[in-house]
Design a protein around this ligand. Structure first.
Ligand SMILES: Cc1ncc(COP(=O)(O)O)c(C=O)c1O
Length: 505
């Protein structure tokens, strides 16, 4: 049962969703709460007298950016109306000259890869290690240090912390390593805009107070602001501010939306006025939720405290695995959506992500906890029976279960747990590879070739192969095995995953 009519318009569907009883455990962080805002048509303007210009702020927008810097505890802050995406493009472009070298974690968002392409940068990757839960863990600062030692021509370090799953790296140590080599650290904190405001221990400290040079946060992901709103904080003499401003002027729309900017202003005003109480309430609800769910016998919630390779984690991203009940992430996602009208943020191979924010209501947490207990009651007997009949899946088995309803063989680890990731040899920069003449060949015959495309198992969406990398036999074997086992592989323009574009030899 869906809340909208298949023939309705986009606005019709949005309205139907807003009027339904489906609860949003997804972005944006405002959770469609009834916040004070006038009719959007009545306040949508362009750069007219008295309203300043985001590209040369001198008046109200300059003041807004300065008050943002004070609130977030940053040196300088820049409002972004094209999401963290334009912040990442601008920060990388400002820190690394065309043709330069960037050290980046392999699990970076595609915007970082796009920056590498646009500036013909040579990427040097470091790979985070997996957790036992089967998600990518924190980046090891020693890997960063070692890489910087061996490649002194690296011009900047870029890491994502927290990850989409909420795992945070030791930014302080990574910043120390970067600064020891005289280069800036850019932190993609797109999923951590709420970090500066937590009261207790449920949200890690922001990279802003861990000596990062540039920190980019999406307000829309975890705070009450409209979609696409984000902010870039700068606090370093290691970054060329003039270049940063120039690139922000290129990657941001020349018609920045005053609705978006006003929503950022309102978001900050709400945090100033009521943040302390709201965050305390939010943390209390989260604590209660985790405590209640401690009574679950088969369904497991991610607890970063007990995990290897997890420096810290954000409790507001609730990762739930029902693989002991034989349910894949997709199974659990569909049950929560269809039976309980709970719309989660994401389904992975073996878990789901419920994204929460300070705008969540007690009703949402209650409904989610009750649904999980009921799912246990519904599925535990069949799962026990099945366990009696089948041998458990071998350790490190990577198969996903796609069956819906009936319990399937337990899937205990995610794809990261299978140790499939190695960084292939870079034969040329991604931009060179993409722009040289190419040819399409069967994937099976691609060993030895230089790829023009990505291959990313989804989830976790981290590239096994990126443009400019040479495909070796071991990597090809892994890719073919994953394909044969039915994993979703994204990135190839041939959606059947049979053909790959390579650099013409
Ligand atoms: C880790 C990470 N960084 C950056 C972005 C881009 O953020 P935005 O959607 O605000 O452009 C995303 C988007 O999902 C993301 O997951």
């Amino acid at each position: 049962m869906m809340y909208f009519n298949q023939n309705s318009s986009l606005l019709g569907r949005l309205t139907a969703y807003s009027e339904s009883d489906f609860y949003p455990f997804h972005m944006p962080g405002h959770k469609r709460a009834d916040l004070d805002f006038p009719n959007p048509w009545s306040v949508d303007i362009t750069e007219i007298e008295g309203f300043d210009n985001l590209h040369h702020p001198e008046g109200i927008l300059k003041e807004l950016q300065e008050s943002a810097a004070r609130l977030f505890g940053a040196g300088k802050s820049f409002l972004l109306v094209n999401g963290s995406t334009c912040g990442l493009l601008s920060a990388v472009s400002a820190c690394v000259k065309r043709g330069g070298k960037l050290l980046m974690s392999r699990n970076c968002h595609k915007a970082a890869y796009h920056a590498v392409y646009l500036r013909d940068i040579t990427p040097v990757y470091v790979l985070p290690k997996p957790t036992d839960f089967g998600i990518m863990g924190s980046l090891d600062p020693e890997d960063v240090e070692r890489t910087l030692d061996t490649q002194p021509d690296i011009r900047a370090v870029l890491v994502v912390s927290p990850t989409y799953d909420g795992v945070v790296s030791d930014i302080e140590k990574i910043a120390t390593a970067a600064h020891r080599h005289g280069v800036p650290l850019i932190v993609d904190e797109a999923h951590g805009a709420h970090f500066p405001f937590g009261e207790g221990h449920l949200f890690p400290k922001s990279a802003l107070c861990r000596r990062a040079d540039v920190v980019i946060q999406s307000l829309h992901k975890t705070l009450p602001a409209f979609t696409q709103t984000a902010i870039l904080h700068l606090q370093s003499g290691l970054v060329d501010e003039t270049a940063l401003r120039r690139f922000l002027g290129m990657y941001q729309s020349s018609s920045p939306s005053y609705l978006l900017m006003a929503s950022m202003e309102q978001c900050m005003e709400l945090i100033r006025r009521e943040g302390s109480r709201r965050f305390a309430d939010f943390e209390r609800l989260l604590n209660q939720f985790y405590e209640t769910c401690g009574g679950l016998s088969h369904i497991r919630l991610f607890d970063g405290a007990g995990e290897p390779n997890c420096f810290d984690w954000d409790h507001s991203k609730i990762l739930i695995s029902a693989s002991d009940l034989g349910l894949s992430g997709q199974d659990l996602y569909r049950i929560l959506l269809k039976k309980y009208h709970l719309q989660l943020e994401m389904a992975s191979g073996h878990y789901v992500l419920a994204l929460t924010s300070l705008m969540d209501r007690p009703e949402g947490f209650k409904r989610l906890a009750e649904a999980l207990f009921q799912i246990e009651r519904d599925y535990a007997p069949a799962a026990a029976q099945l366990r009696g009949q089948c041998a458990p899946a071998p350790p490190g088995d990577l198969r996903q279960t796609e069956r819906q309803g009936a319990p399937a063989a337990p899937a205990t680890t995610g794809l990261c747990g299978g140790d499939i990731y190695r960084i292939p040899r870079l034969a040329m920069t991604p931009a060179q590879a993409i722009e040289l003449p190419g040819q399409s060949i069967p994937l099976e015959e691609s060993a030895g070739a230089v790829s023009q495309e990505y291959i990313c198992p989804y989830p976790p969406g981290i590239p096994l192969l990126a443009p400019g990398e040479r495909i070796d036999e071991t990597l090809l074997e892994t890719i073919l095995r994953l394909r044969a086992e039915g994993f979703a592989l994204e990135g190839l323009s041939d959606l059947t995953n049979k053909w790959i574009n390579i650099v013409k030899s």
